[in-house]
Design a protein around this ligand. Sequence first.
Ligand code: XLS
Ligand code: CA
Ligand code: CA
Length: 440
Amino acid sequence: MGEFFKDIPRVKYEGRTSGNPLSFRFYNPDEVIGGKTMRETLKFALSWWHTMGGDGTDMFGSGTADKSWNASDSAERAKNKVYAAFEIMDKLGIEYFCFHDRDLSPDYGSLSETNAKLDEAAEVVAKMQAETGKKLLWGTANCFSHPRYMHGAGTSPSVDVFAFAGAQIKKALEITVKLGGNGYVFWGGREGYETLLNTDMGLELDNMARLMRLAVDYGRSIGFKGDFYVEPKPKEPTKHQYDFDSATVIGFLRKYGLDKDFKLNIEANHATLAMHTFQHELRVARESGMFGSIDANQGDTLLGWDTDQFPTNVYDCALCMYEVIKAGGFTHGGLNFDSKARRGSFAPEDIFHSYIAGMDAFALGLRIADKMIADGRIDKFVAERYASWNEGMGKDIISGKASLADLEKHALAKGEVTASLGSGRQEYLENVMNAIMFNL
Ligand code: XLS
Ligand code: CA
Ligand code: CA
């Protein structure tokens, strides 16, 4: 199979003073932080679409990076992609990967031929997994690129398209199970609308839930024990997507009784597209017991679209890991780098520089989040802020004992309460975080 990245050695942890750009300065896989090794906590994954397929093509120009993997024939390329992906994972010490069906093997025109070729590519993946022990974090079906999905997949007005999506998801689930996948993602790329003038929203939402229910039933029947995920995103490519944000998706899953099988896969850039912080989306999921997995990346604050940049904002990574630790860590999920190097970062070694940057940023995030929790000042402040709920009237409201008349009696007895309120101390808390981050 040959080596694709001959000049790149295995990337190792060399510590913060290392001047070697092909080393980790903060990600030390075997170091124990908060009772678990960094490797176990962070569960990094490679995204097949950006890393193995994305060549920098955008709406203004063609690709800049060579992702042909020394093959002109599609089937040959699919195989070489597998070998190259496993070499990248090996050299970076990444244990997991994620893919769409069409990232592993392209569309060949007929569904039966496409499926047969997908099986061949999956065989190569299975062989490499057996040799290396690498694991599939999640699989998914690309039900958004092909023109047939122009009006949606599960939400298409055409039953034929709905059925096609079902067939594709069935096959993607089979491949996911065959490769021991821990998760299966629904990202509703075109499940939304461009104008309400042509849209039966009620039917579309019901149908989207029907497709998910069919997928759960089939997945469980073939032995899939992992989590199904919905990945919220508010817009892009469509004007409005039904899986707008965490809160919307949780409401949807509960309405249709899908919340026992589904959790959320939260992407940082999608959070900001929904005008939320990444931490907000994670917090909403964790408070509802629906936190599942993460697509690690970041948007550009000035551009405001889905740029899928490698995450380097340590502040955001720290707040993310704070939420992950508070959620009890990942169960089936992990940190998938749904990230792509910039179009100008086209050289093969940029793949490694960008993953190293993302992995080190999250390693720093974990180190800082662990310190924030051990430091205790933030948690203590929050606990004290809500202390009035632990006794007297607070306790009675929570236990359901107090009526509105009791509240009135309480208010009349207390009189004006403004003066007894404590400060929110936002700036103090932000400075506590800075002090922990930059304890130089
Ligand atoms: C696109 C999404 C997509 C999902 C998987 O914006 O991030 O890549 O993660 O379909
Ligand atoms: Ca994503
Ligand atoms: Ca994205």
